[in-house]
Structures are given as C-alpha cells and as structure tokens.
Design a protein around this ligand. Sequence first.
Ligand code: ADP
Ligand code: UDP
Length: 238
Amino acid sequence: MEKREQLYEGKAKKVYATDDPNLVIVSYKDDATAFDGTKRGTIMGKGAINNRMSNFLMKKLADAGIPTHFVEELNDRETLVKKVQIVPLEVIIRNVSAGSFAKRYGVEEGIVFDEPTFEFSYKNDDLHDPLLNTSHALALKLATKEEIAAIKSMALKVNDVLKAFFAECGVRLIDFKLEFGRLPDGTIVLADEISPDTCRFWDAKTNEKLDKDRFRRDLGNVEEAYQEMMRRVFGGQQ
Ligand code: ADP
Ligand code: UDP
C-alpha cells in the first residue's frame, strides 16, 4: 500500500491518503494534550502502544460482531484503516463516576453505576466539544435516528466486550470515548482509537490509575502506566 499525502494532523494522530481512495493510513504520535489542548506534552512510546493496543481491541470487537475500520497494522505506529466520514459525535460510556461526570454533578469519583451511562459530545473543537442529547444531535442533523440507534447499541456492546476482557487483565474499565464513521455505502463502523488516551483504566486491586489521567493530573509514572496497560493486555503474547 502506497502512502501518499498527509490529509490531516490531529492532536494525537496524522492521517495519510493511500493509492486506494477507500483506505487511509493512521500514524500515532507521542504527543499528548489535555484540557481542550491547553496542556501539552510528550508521552514517550505512547504512539506505538496506542496503535498496537487499539488494533488488538478492534480485532477483538470485530470477532464479537462489531464492524470496525481496522484493516491491517503496517508497523509500530501506522495502521491501514477504511476511510470513513466521521460522525461528529464523541460517544462516552461510563461504568463508574469519574472526570467530567463527577465534576458536573458534584459527586466523588468511584461510584459504581447499576447500568452504564451513555452520552454524546458534539465533536467540534471551536465549541469545545459541548455535551448534547439525541434530540439536539437530530436537530443539528449530525446523524439520523437510525444511525444514533445503531451507534448506541454498538457502543453498549463494546462496553460489554471490553469490560469483560479488561476484568481478565485485572483492570476496571471506568469510562471511555468512541467515534463512529460512515462507509461509502452508509454502513456505520467503529473508528478512531481505543487506548489509555481514550479510556479510564483502574487497577482492579489498588484502583491505581493506568491511563491518561496520570498526564492530565501530573500524577507521575505516565510512561510506566501505558507500558503496564500494554503488559496487561498482551500478557505473554507480546
Ligand atoms: P483530533 O482530531 O481530536 O485531534 P486525532 O489526533 O486522534 O484527533 O486525529 C485523528 C483524526 O482522524 C480524528 O479527527 C478522527 O476523527 C479521524 N479518524 C479516525 N478514524 C478515521 C477513519 N477511519 N477515517 C477517517 N478519519 C478517521
Ligand atoms: N475522552 C476522550 N476524548 C475527549 C473527551 C473524553 O477520549 O475529548 C475520554 C476520557 O479519556 C475518558 C472518557 O472519555 O475516558 C470520559 O471523559 P470525561 O467526559 O470524564 O472528560 P475529561 O475528564 O477527559 O474532561
């Protein structure tokens, strides 16, 4: 597969065209940002970890019947994926209170919910990704009713599969963000990434944070936490 021009550079990844108009190459960077891009830094080795972990999880989800953009891991940092039109919604599922949920509703972190919660943010950097509900998403024509129903049911299934998998790794899946996209025929597939940048992971025994919160909150041992998650996920398979 021929790598062509860079189409986009985001905060954590670059996207390149290929000689196939339906495929793009995603290249993962070590750059880290938080708080709407106001905090910036580097997490050494993050790009390779997120690339490999996201691909591993996407394959697991595909095996469970969830369609994804994943095609082929090309090297440490680069992966070939189906080019999609991203639905501009950040889909957030939570099993336990943390982060903006705890702040917004004035509760402590760590409350275990009876049922997972589901929410959308409007993926729009200029507007700082505001929270929005289904009727707002429909009013703004960000997605159709059918697409939103498909996204919701896939996101909850992703949670079931990943929660069970991470439990086997000794990790609690606290919350995470997903993005979905449309293939040329309109099919909705899971896109973007699933990694310690986009999930909260707590050690099952100690509740130690093993994700980007170590960077956001200056907790130290950031690289070590990403490496530990890699060991937990891949076990002896690395
Ligand atoms: P951001 O845009 O938030 O800074 P990234 O640095 O992760 O995020 O950039 C990756 C971009 O690629 C994101 O905008 C994401 O929505 C987009 N993307 C992810 N998967 C695909 C795909 N399969 N096809 C096209 N775009 C994608
Ligand atoms: N998240 C993300 N990208 C975003 C916002 C959130 O990947 O732009 C992830 C975040 O890592 C966490 C979950 O979504 O796992 C819920 O994040 P929250 O709403 O609590 O926001 P935050 O605390 O990151 O501001």
